[in-house]
Ligand binder design. Structure first.
Ligand code: ACO
Length: 333
């Protein structure tokens, strides 16, 4: 066990995506849309879509193993696994399946749901366990298979989402702290902007006792409201986290936003006066992968050698709930 007051270091990352790709042209054959409409409004070109055999736990385990290997530890050394997802394989939780698949036998594992803010919320949650000295090695996974819950005949939503998984290893270190600042918010009054909600119908069991029997409805979204929310709240929450981190926007090496829409990312960067070459983006390849998008683009940038040890990253997730949050951290040991 680490001493109370341990610092945080993010020492490994990994990602995985299902094999099949769905391009804007493919979507144009399914609904009334076009490559021009989708790419000009969102920046998306392709997304990866999971087959029935490619489960959330499979892609999460693949991302997790890559992150653990990069961190240079073994799965048996992991103390805590938090899986951020809104699309579990099992509503009782999927983190335990991943724990078993990767052989992290010592780790306690649980799911956390905060939609597209899930990865940031999970990272911050794991950091609290490290800071209090309870755990040393934590694995944070962001993964979603939203394709299971998209109405593929609804053009306003089906063009936006893709599937994927990303993971990081976050460890306790003595003498310094690479998690420089964070902030998290929720606003349930705007909950109806973005939903994947259960819809039950009354089914009588016996006289005076009924149950709500049904399933989850496909994703519904008020795109304009979500857009307005994102461009207003994301710059604000990053500014607050930068204030806590005692840094200015000029000191930020990389802006790492939830990959919802290129126009949202460009607007946030402009408001923060962060130049576009510092904005990490891969949504042209993956679309919006919800809780996976931040660790997925981070992993790509680290493996490409763009993000280097010591670089300061301003990361922000935002989405259903509504929820939003930011974490400022330095990459690496
Ligand atoms: N192809 C062609 N036309 C379309 C499509 C499509 N795929 N979808 C909608 N349209 C039409 C609409 O029907 C509408 O037509 P009308 O003017 O005749 O009524 C027109 O295009 C404009 O629709 P808007 O919804 O106003 O388009 P907008 O410019 O707002 O762009 C978009 C829509 C891309 C969804 C935008 O609002 C957006 O990005 N919002 C944020 C959404 C988001 O990021 N969600 C996820 C964040 S949270 C999370 O990650 C879970």
């Amino acid at each position: 066990m680490t001493k109370l007051g341990a610092g945080i270091a993010i020492t490994g990352c990994g990602s995985a995506a299902p094999k099949a790709r769905l391009s804007n042209d493919h979507l144009s054959q399914m609904v009334e849309t076009s490559d021009e409409w989708i790419s000009s409004r969102t920046g998306m070109k392709n997304r990866h879509i999971a087959s029935w055999e490619e489960t959330l736990s499979n892609i999460s385990a693949e991302a997790a193993e890559a992150a653990i290997a990069m961190a240079g530890i073994s799965a048996a050394e992991i103390d805590l696994i938090i899986l951020a997802t809104s699309t579990p394989d099992d509503l009782f939780g999927t983190a335990c399946q991943i724990q078993n698949a990767i052989g992290a036998y010592k780790a306690v594992a649980f799911d956390l749901t905060a939609a597209c803010s899930g990865f940031i919320f999970a990272l911050i949650t794991a950091a609290q366990f490290i800071r209090t000295g309870v755990y040393q090695n934590t694995l944070i996974i962001g993964a979603d298979v939203l394709s299971r819950w998209v109405d593929w005949s609804e053009r306003s939503t089906c063009v936006l989402f893709g599937d994927g998984a990303g993971a990081v290893v976050c460890q306790g270190i003595q003498g310094s702290d690479r998690l420089l600042g964070f902030e998290m918010y929720s606003d349930g009054s705007q909950n109806n902007c973005l939903n994947l909600s259960y819809q039950g119908q009354s089914k009588p069991l016996i006289e005076d006792v009924t149950v709500g029997s049904g399933t989850y409805r496909p994703i519904t979204m008020n795109g304009r409201e979500v857009y307005r929310f994102a461009v207003a709240k994301v710059p604000e929450v990053i500014e607050k986290a930068m204030f806590r981190a005692n840094i200015t926007a000029e000191q930020v090496d990389w802006l790492l936003l939830h990959q919802a829409n290129q126009r949202i990312m460009d607007t946030v960067a402009k408001r923060l006066q962060i130049p576009e070459e510092k904005v990490l983006s891969n949504l042209a390849k993956y679309g919006n992968t919800s809780a996976a998008s931040i660790p997925l683009v981070l992993d790509e940038a680290v493996r490409q050698g763009k993000v280097k040890p010591g670089d300061i990253i301003a990361a922000s997730g935002f989405g259903a709930g509504l929820t939003w949050g930011a974490a400022i951290f330095q990459w690496g040991k």
